[in-house]
Write a protein that binds this ligand. Sequence first.
Ligand code: TRP
Length: 319
Amino acid sequence: MSSAALSDLATSSRNDFLDDVLAGLSQSQKSLSPKYFYDEAGSDLFEAICLTPEYYPTRTETALLAHVAPALSAWVQSGCVLVEFGSGASDKTRLLLDAMPQITTYMPIDISAGALEPAVDRIKDAYPGVTVVPVEADFTQPIATLDLATYPAVLGFFPGSTIGNFTPAEAAAFLKAARAMLGPKALFLVGADLVKDPAILVAAYDDAAGVTAAFNLNVLKRINTELGGDFDLAQFAHRARWNASDARMEMHLESLRDQIVHVGHHAFAFRKGETIHTENSHKFTVKGFGALALASGWTLVEQWLAPDDAFAAFLLERF
Ligand code: TRP
């Protein structure tokens, strides 16, 4: 791409960011889209969250996938392409590649170039027989460049309970879009966190070392540096709440006093205690997930549960 085209791209993504921030902060319940968490610093902070003692999903899913991968191998034909949505550091991917030499191509999709590039280099080094085709894209939008028609088998992979970060309607829309993107031969392995004791959930999203707090606040830092904002990060606090009626964890940034914040020449008033809603993390039941899949064109053909039903891996097949 020419440098002019590249700078056009940068300008348009900055405009999207600005438009989204201005719209989100203008609502009566202020909100910011979680996709803006993941700049380079945010992606690094997310990797650090995964290492905190409280954040059980990563460890639990990784241990689960070590059992799932050899069992899944029976379903997967040779020459398969593995398409991962939100690949991040591509750590869990290794469990699949280790157990399934039938996978000859890996397509990681991630919104963060800073996360994608080093992850791709590590996978190429460790799996010289696997062709890696990285896709820098927002997977919540249709991706025109995915061309999977020539592969004899397609395995989609969506770990991390990222599906829980969508609303139920968005999750169904995503599963339908993934069905279209992955094509007629697709199987889809989806990792999902399950409903459990709220105390465990709240701790997982508010670790004692404050890594999750720093991750949440990082979005304000981005607004300051990229959009000319003047958020005082010391005047906002990270809050993690269990919303029982919607079966979801909610992340907010709470204003610690009455204050006016500017983004460019736009001003936004905050009352003390008012929050910006930044993320939801829906928790599933096996029954609820099966119904969601069915409503989106997929049959639930296998499920694997971690000890204490802490986390699930679901295998979906197109119908
Ligand atoms: N998919 C992860 C989850 O819902 C993302 C996540 C983990 C997250 N910790 C977070 C998002 C804290 C926002 C804030 O568990």
